[in-house]
Design a protein around this ligand. Sequence first.
Ligand SMILES: *[C@@H]1O[C@H](CO)[C@@H](O)[C@H](O)[C@H]1NC(C)=O
Ligand SMILES: *[C@@H]1O[C@H](CO)[C@@H](O)[C@H](O)[C@H]1NC(C)=O
Ligand SMILES: [Zn+2]
Length: 328
Amino acid sequence: MRSHWKKQVIVLSSPGRVSSKMQQLILPVLLASFWTICTGSGDWCYQSQFTCDHQCNAPDKWNHAQRDCGGNHQSPINIVTRKTLKDERLTPFEFNNYQQIFRDTIKNNGHSVKVGVPHLSTISGGGLPSTYKAVQFHMHWGNNGGPGSEHTIDGEQYPMELHIVHMKNEYTDLTTALSDPEGVAVLGFFYETSNSANRKYDPITNTLRSIKTTNSNTSLPSISLAQLIPAEQNLTSFYRYNGSLTTPGCNEAVIWTVFENTIPLSVDQLRVFSELQFHDGKPMVGNFRPVQPLNGRQVFRSGGAVILVSSTLLLAAIATALGLSQPN
Ligand SMILES: *[C@@H]1O[C@H](CO)[C@@H](O)[C@H](O)[C@H]1NC(C)=O
Ligand SMILES: *[C@@H]1O[C@H](CO)[C@@H](O)[C@H](O)[C@H]1NC(C)=O
Ligand SMILES: [Zn+2]
């Protein structure tokens, strides 16, 4: 280590070596231009969008422009089911007006596809501190049905994840809600590949073709939130933790709920999402933030949530129960 350092100093300070003088001048200039070209100062982007000739700030640089993105309570996370803590207060949710039919705009916002929701549908119960009303929903996905969810369960990444964003009933806009540490509640649902198409998603998949380019929008045929998620009786198993928005500004104001039951979509339906385009015309794929450190946070699970115990652990538990394990 030390001798290596010494050698470098000798080379660089040797007066007779023009080439090393040149190096001293050129190297920083090269490094500086590489920095500018390859890190950029433009809009934020996902890792899938980052190339040397596209200037954008990938997830590891989001905290340069938005301090909260470097915080200690960030989302998404990997949920290690064996480390979750069962919490009896996580009772089933009460969904109000989730059956309500509405028409709204579906928009390609350059990062995802987003649908505004009239503030009529609300959730309460589920261990939430108050009633929250739905504001919008959007998805995160992979490439043609490949891994694309934001949260992962025991390291498994699902092909897509739905986020239904709610804010406390008393607020009228999301910006205000985000300044309250419990102002926002997001319901997260995983999608899983099924053999047959999920016809309840036709209104969405059919309109994606007309909003391929960034900032385009169109009106969505009538839908309800209830038709997009599993039946209510199948929503009693979920995980809960405190986190953040998964896009800049990454505000740490979100009570997260991640449901265990998945939503089925066929591969063809998942593929339609990959036909959407980022603002540069490239396929909108991989629009998920990588999982963030837990930093000591506890993840809770509702009574119904199943822990996947590995067979080794199970055998160890049985051995312990039978008094077969070696004391130490
Ligand atoms: C939808 O697009 C039109 C232009 O085609 C624009 O005037 C309108 O503001 C857009 N709506 C939303 C919600 O972005
Ligand atoms: C709900 O769960 C039952 C089994 O527990 C299953 O048969 C049914 O298909 C599920 N329904 C939905 C909409 O997920
Ligand atoms: Zn999201």
